[in-house]
Design a protein around this ligand. Structure first.
Ligand SMILES: Nc1ncnc2c1ncn2[C@@H]1O[C@H](COP(=O)(O)OP(=O)(O)OP(=O)(O)O)[C@@H](O)[C@H]1O
Length: 258
């Protein structure tokens, strides 16, 4: 569960990037749409503390993952307790500022451009880097990294330079690297922007089948429509919050009226 409590973001020059927003996200799949520069990335970055609110607060209640959620592939909305088990009801909420490190462990963030997060020379080293805290022993770390790569069909590329991967493979690797740490919530900022039709489909299907709660910022309205709930952001305000097709219609109408 993700809660925004009158959370606002003001830039150093005093300009308001995000006006106070209060909402609670319990759905398994949430999409965020809106025009360039409207504040979507800022909203997304608040969730894992990459951006701190200038006022108000953002907190998360990390759901426990339960086996079988991915296999069920359900698109139905559910609250964290029902979907992920009773433990989420008793776990303490984490504040994105006060509990920054715990929040960043619980919330994985995938950037638009994989190059922003793939920094090691080889594919496997990138995954190993993200596993350095959870797997202290090098042998265990390598084995876990290979398992993480195999999950996405990338194990054959383990020793390859990251730069020798296609854009789609890099995006898959970026997601694999973040998921290797087993975050409870995944936030992805325009995950399909750099991808062709086939890889867009691969990544979209992957994101929508994950057991994690997933927040997807996207300009891809087909992908946005597959969420359980959609937020429309405009000029730093969440101007619509609801069923994806109604949200997309609202966004299209606002563009047509502009
Ligand atoms: N640190 C900052 N200082 C000043 N302005 C900022 C800062 N970060 C973002 N902005 C501005 O806030 C607005 C919202 O930015 P944001 O990246 O959240 O938009 P977005 O909806 O994700 O856009 P896009 O779809 O183009 O990625 C933009 O006008 C941006 O220039």
């Amino acid at each position: 569960m993700i809660s925004f409590n009158q959370a606002a973001v003001v830039a150093h020059d005093g300009a308001t990037i995000l006006h106070p927003v209060s909402l609670t996200l319990t759905e398994q799949r949430v999409s965020v749409i809106g025009a360039n520069g409207s504040g979507k990335s800022t909203l997304a970055r608040l969730i894992n503390g990459l951006v701190e609110p200038s006022s108000g607060s953002v907190s998360i209640l990390p759901p426990q993952l339960r086996e079988g959620v991915a296999a069920a592939g359900s698109a139905a909305a559910a609250d964290g307790t029902d979907r992920h088990g009773a433990t989420s009801a008793t776990a303490p909420a984490l504040d994105t500022v006060a509990d920054g490190p715990a929040v960043r462990r619980a919330v994985g963030f995938v950037f638009t451009d994989p190059a922003a997060q793939l920094i090691m020379p080889t594919v496997i080293e990138d995954v190993e880097l993200s596993l350095r805290r959870s797997h202290k022993h090098a042998g265990d770390r390598r084995a876990a990294a290979l398992t993480a790569l195999a999950r996405f069909g990338l194990d054959g590329f383990a020793e390859r330079s990251v730069h020798a991967l296609s854009g789609g493979q890099q995006q898959l690797l970026a997601i694999a690297t973040v998921l290797a740490t087993n975050p409870r919530i995944l936030v992805t900022d325009e995950p399909t922007t750099l991808l062709d039709l086939r890889n867009t489909s691969v990544i979209a299907d992957l994101l929508l089948s994950l057991p994690q709660q997933v927040v997807i910022v996207t300009h891809n309205l087909e992908l946005a429509a597959r969420a359980d709930r959609t937020l429309v952001v405009s000029d730093g305000h969440v101007v619509f919050d609801g069923e994806p097709h109604a949200a997309i219609a609202h966004y299209r109408a606002s563009v047509a009226a502009a």
